[in-house]
Design a protein around this ligand. Structure first.
Ligand code: WTA
Length: 651
């Protein structure tokens, strides 16, 4: 973010007080901050009481071997029982858990908690039948259909950690995740709907499975689109099993085991600063405590709310605030299979009388571009609270969201967190905080955050630096799957005792936090995390490419966009007319369509320091059409002139 934008942000002085009725009846009041400060562990223990435990814990937090935390030590529970069974037992079996809205207009299903319990139990029995045991990993690669939630909860019920891979990722990306966590079972569907058309998923699974030797024993396939699939059933020695064959006929009775509080719940792969994705490990008791508490506190959840989180289940937001948080709280929610289409979201808000909407700034900016006439055509008076997540929300988008979508009456909660944190960490409390457009405000009760300089010293109000977390929190990642050392190196080695989030931030004069984007080589495109290095490796794996450098350039709609600079091999000549398209396709194949560069420039050289480090800062200047900054540390200072000439000819 440029200095200019930064100072604009700092001069933002609009304030939005909480609505009086919401404040009066808020789930969490101001006193929570002081209470949590005076005894953090007691505060989180009280939050853990929200859950049903098989056996209560002996110790709230074991931090004797940092950075390896253990929460609710000695306690046992079952995540799926907490998300489903207990609501049925409490007499809420008829309450709708999921209003599912398929992409084809007429395709909807309402699933009650009682139905969900039966379906999860059947799936758990079916998975057991396929040999899945406690501790086994199961990969899930599915569209936004109810079965994906059922599959996750069935795994949780058995204590088999799931790893959900976003359906937009490629076969290669899926294969590397299956391999890294050694999953023997993959759950998928024939396909899903994308922008009105059926799009296949099973072929990518077949390709991924073929790449992983004989690791995968079974592929459980939901029939969603009915499209033709290559089929290798068990009767012919293959791995494929239809979901409807295995699950529909299974018993709806399943006796759940209580798992240790620290039993692994799931692994979610996310981009880091190197090419290899990191397997973020979340465990059971602390994760469920952190997500259910924050979902209740930040969204001020009431029994009759209709909540809608628009995230795909393949990302952490879908895990914490579509699956586990809301279901643990017994909420009624909307789940939508499609992507932001003109008007369709607002039709859903109107039809289901959605009261709480949680989405990403990139979607808001897209709607802004389309114009307010579209949302203005719907009755959205049911809405009472709006949330934002995934990237910094610029004040214009915040104010538009508040006014146009929220009718100027709904508070906006800008929630900062990460795959690693598992739960929301920094956010306004809707009944307490006077929101400032563009600021995530302050750490939630029980969370300790700060902004520090290079020497880990608090920068103090009015200054910028690095965002850090100072105390362990319940839903924190426990390690990186199979790589304790990388876990320590990545997050805990920069400054002893502090968790380094990788985000830049500024404290304003009131001490409120403004997030400024990543300070490392991680990009944020439409709220999705991508690694520059990972895309560079993908480009270099193409036979025509000798070298590649990738930067995230500011983009009005997507926040950042992927811009690549490549040097071709001599043997490739000028690469041919379609080289740019060829390379974009190659990246899509290697990683997934979301990683496709917006722009690829073929250049003769890359700007490097004398020690050979690529100076991405300069490339970013080019990508953002700025005057190129200081080039004095370049080994060859004329390189930038060469690149700029190319830019002139390509645009
Ligand atoms: C960014 C998504 C500013 C940030 C939940 C973080 C945000 C990364 C916000 C994590 C926000 C997320 N304001 N930036 N409200 N929320 N980010 O792991 O850079 O996909 O480090 O988790 O997104 O992305 P992740």
């Amino acid at each position: 973010m440029s200095e200019q934008t930064l100072s604009n942000l700092m001069h933002e002085d609009r304030r939005f007080e909480p609505p009086a009725d919401l404040a009066a009846d808020a789930n969490v009041k101001e006193e929570a901050y002081a209470r949590a400060d005076s005894d953090r562990e007691a505060f989180w223990a009280e939050a853990a009481e929200r859950l049903d435990w098989g056996k209560k814990w002996d110790q709230v937090l074991d931090w004797s071997n940092p950075p390896f935390a253990k929460w609710f030590v000695g306690g046992t529970l079952n995540a799926s029982v907490n998300c489903v069974d207990r609501h049925v037992e409490a007499g809420n079996g008829d309450k709708v858990a999921i209003h599912w809205v398929g992409e084809p207009d007429d395709d909807t299903r309402d699933i009650t908690y009682a139905q969900l319990k039966d379906e999860v139990s059947r799936a758990a029995n079916a998975l057991t039948e396929l040999g899945v045991q406690k501790g086994d990993r199961v990969a899930i690669y599915m569209p936004m259909i109810p079965e994906v939630v059922v599959a996750m909860l069935a795994c949780a019920r058995l204590g088999a950690p799931h790893t959900v891979v976003f359906g937009g990722f490629s076969a290669d990306a899926l294969a590397s995740r299956i391999t890294d966590c050694e999953a023997h079972v993959v759950i998928t569907s024939d396909g899903g709907y994308r922008r009105g058309a059926a799009s296949a998923l099973k072929p990518a699974v077949d390709e991924a499975v073929a790449k992983t030797g004989d690791l995968v024993r079974h592929v459980l396939v939901v029939r969603r689109t009915g499209q033709d699939v290559d089929w290798h059933g068990r009767e012919e020695g293959g791995r494929d099993v239809w979901w409807h064959d295995a699950v529909d006929g299974a018993s709806a009775e399943h006796e759940p085991e209580m798992h240790d509080s620290e039993h692994p719940l799931y692994v979610m792969y996310t981009s880091g600063t190197t090419g290899k994705p990191k397997g973020i490990l979340h465990t059971t008791g602390g994760y469920l405590t952190g997500t259910s508490y924050t979902h209740w506190a930040v969204f001020d959840l009431k029994d009759d709310d209709v909540y809608w989180c628009t995230a795909d289940v393949g990302w952490v937001t879908g895990h914490s605030y579509m699956a586990y948080g809301p279901l643990a709280n017994g909420a009624t929610q909307v789940m939508y299979e499609g992507t932001p289409e003109k008007g369709r979201w607002w039709q859903i808000v109107q039809d289901y009388k959605v009261t709480i909407l949680y989405t990403a700034p990139t979607a808001i900016r897209t709607f802004m571009k389309q114009g307010r006439e579209i949302p203005d055509g719907y009755d959205m008076s049911s809405l009472r609270l709006l949330g934002s997540v995934g990237e910094p929300i610029n004040p214009e988008a915040y104010v538009w969201y508040r006014e146009v979508i929220g009718g100027d009456r709904c508070p906006v909660v800008d929630t900062w967190w990460q795959t690693e944190t598992g739960q929301i960490m920094i956010s306004p409390l809707p009944g307490v905080t006077a929101g400032k457009p563009g600021s995530a405000m302050k750490a939630l009760p029980g969370i300790s955050a700060d902004v520090v300089d290079d020497d880990a010293k608090s920068v103090g109000n009015g200054n910028g630096g690095y965002l850090v977390l100072k105390e362990p929190w319940p839903a924190m990642l426990r390690t990186l799957w199979g790589d304790d050392q990388r876990f320590k190196d990545t997050y805990w080695s920069r400054w002893p005792g502090l968790y380094f989030a990788g985000d830049g931030a500024k404290l304003d004069e009131d001490g409120d936090i403004w997030l400024l984007g990543r300070v490392d080589d991680v990009m944020n495109v439409s709220g999705h995390r991508l690694s520059t290095t990972e895309i560079e490796s993908a480009l270099v794996s193409h036979p025509k490419v000798a070298e590649a450098a990738v930067v995230g350039a500011a983009d009005e709609t997507t926040g950042q966009a992927v811009c690549a600079f490549v040097i071709l091999r001599d043997s490739a000549g000028d690469g041919g007319e379609d080289i740019v398209e060829e390379l974009r396709k190659h990246v899509a194949k290697e990683i997934g369509a979301i990683a496709k560069p917006r722009q690829i420039m073929v250049v003769p050289e890359l700007p490097k320091t004398r020690s050979g480090k690529i100076m991405r800062r300069l490339l970013k200047d080019v990508a953002e059409h700025r005057e190129v900054g200081d080039v004095t540390t370049l080994a060859d200072s004329t390189v930038m002139d060469l690149i700029k000439t190319r830019e002139g000819s390509s645009s």
